[in-house]
Ligand binder design. Structure first.
Ligand SMILES: Cc1ncc(COP(=O)(O)O)c(C=O)c1O
Length: 396
């Protein structure tokens, strides 16, 4: 039987990352490639207690269908937390619980994009988002990054020259893969440009609570006065990604359309886990838990960055103020993919920058290292092996 697939999905290629992840099938390989939070941080004991109480005391609601917008108490708790922590959400906004932040991206694309519409995004950017947008036949136009996030001068030129731009997709805080955070003045400028060129902004913010240094920066959504920003968030990085609980805070009309789109997709987010998160927020101290996560991750970040410093000026890198990733760039003319292949032969895995590029055929000097998953010993060993790969590639 020969199958013909939709144009929509035929345009989405399995990412180059698969080649690197093949290396990971070998259990002796040290992975600096994942984007996962450390399992050491999962609040399993609290969740076990909550889960058992829910099944004993409220099995009906926990195992029944729920409403598409999400479990009422969790929507209220999430909205209150967002307002208090980052000033996100006003009287004209609404909030929907999604199956992870990833579904928020899918819903944003589904309700906002027609075929051929342009999405202006940071280049490089989160592969899950790029593929979600590609799946709707959006045309992606990349804007270069620097140490302070998206280059807003380049953004202005792009918006001026791109008539069908529908929205800007940005990860302004601890960007994946670059780790960069956009300062407040750039955020304000991005918002002003969105206003001038009449485009929306989709702000993807799953990492903002994982800050280890530097002062907090206001969410773009908190600066929005004319309903231009769709804000995507998630409990994945601060509680657990396996639960698949995320959220979108956006103007009411947009959330209403997303609700229709979600209904035909998965009816609602797993109700049991929505209730677990809600109970966790009520009975436990999420802020104290996040503080523990930060303490663990800052040590790993510093340990990994010390190794990067030891590589000297052979690698350009900046220490990120938060998130889960360190981004490095080789000298001009060298390819991050080649380095990752050499790493793979030494049984250490990282992700080549090309994977995150808007044009994924174009070689990139970058590569992404994750510091949340490996233990301190794995960081030391993995970075030493990577250092050897670097010596081999750069010939010193
Ligand atoms: C920038 C960004 N957005 C969204 C997600 C999706 O997270 P989840 O669907 O687990 O909430 C990720 C996951 O790595 C991410 O890095």
């Amino acid at each position: 039987m020969e199958y013909t697939f939709s144009d929509r999905i035929s345009g989405v290629q399995p990412s180059a990352i698969r080649e690197i992840f093949k290396v990971l099938e070998d259990p002796t390989v040290i992975s600096l490639a994942a984007g996962n939070p450390s399992p050491e941080t999962f609040p399993a004991a609290d969740m076990a207690r909550i889960a058992s109480d829910l099944f004993r005391d409220r099995p009906g609601p926990a195992l029944q269908y729920g409403i598409t917008e999400g479990y009422g108490p969790l929507r209220e708790q999430t909205a209150a937390r967002l307002r208090a922590r980052s000033g996100v959400g006003g009287p004209d906004d609404d909030l929907i619980i999604t199956s992870g932040g990833q579904q928020g991206l899918d819903l944003a694309a589904r309700v906002l994009l027609n075929e051929g519409d342009v999405v202006v995004c940071e280049d490089p950017s989160f592969i899950g988002a790029l593929n979600a947008l590609r799946a709707y036949n959006a045309k992606l136009v990349g804007v270069p990054m620097d140490a302070q996030g998206m280059d807003v001068e380049a953004l202005e030129r792009t918006l001026r020259d791109t008539p069908r731009a529908k929205f800007i997709y940005t990860i302004p805080t601890f960007q994946n893969p670059c780790g960069a955070t956009m300062p407040a003045d750039r955020r304000a400028r991005m918002l002003a440009l969105a206003h001038r060129y009449n485009v929306l902004i989709v702000e993807d913010d799953p990492y903002f609570e994982l800050r280890y240094s530097g002062a907090p920066v206001p969410a773009v959504k908190s600066l929005d006065t004319d309903g231009r920003v769709v804000y995507l968030g998630s409990y994945s990085k601060v509680i657990s990604p396996g639960m698949r609980v995320g959220f979108v805070c956006a103007p009411r009309e947009i959330v209403a359309k997303m609700t229709v789109a979600k209904q035909v997709s998965d009816v609602h987010t797993n109700l049991f886990f929505q209730m677990v998160v809600s109970e966790y927020l009520q009975r436990c101290d999420l802020d104290a838990h996040i503080a523990d996560c930060r303490r663990l991750y800052v040590q790993r970040r510093d340990r990994m960055f010390a190794h990067v410093r030891g590589w000297g000026d052979r690698v350009r890198s900046a220490c990120p103020d938060g998130g889960l990733f360190l981004w490095c760039e080789l000298p001009d003319g060298y390819d991050g993919m080649a380095l990752c292949r050499l790493g793979g032969r030494r049984k250490v895995a990282a992700v080549p920058g090309q994977t995150f590029a808007v044009d994924d055929q174009k070689p990139s000097p970058g590569f992404r290292l994750n510091f949340s998953m490996p233990t301190p010993e794995q960081i030391d060993h993995g970075m030493a092996l990577f250092g050897e790969a670097l010596d081999e590639l750069l010939g010193c």
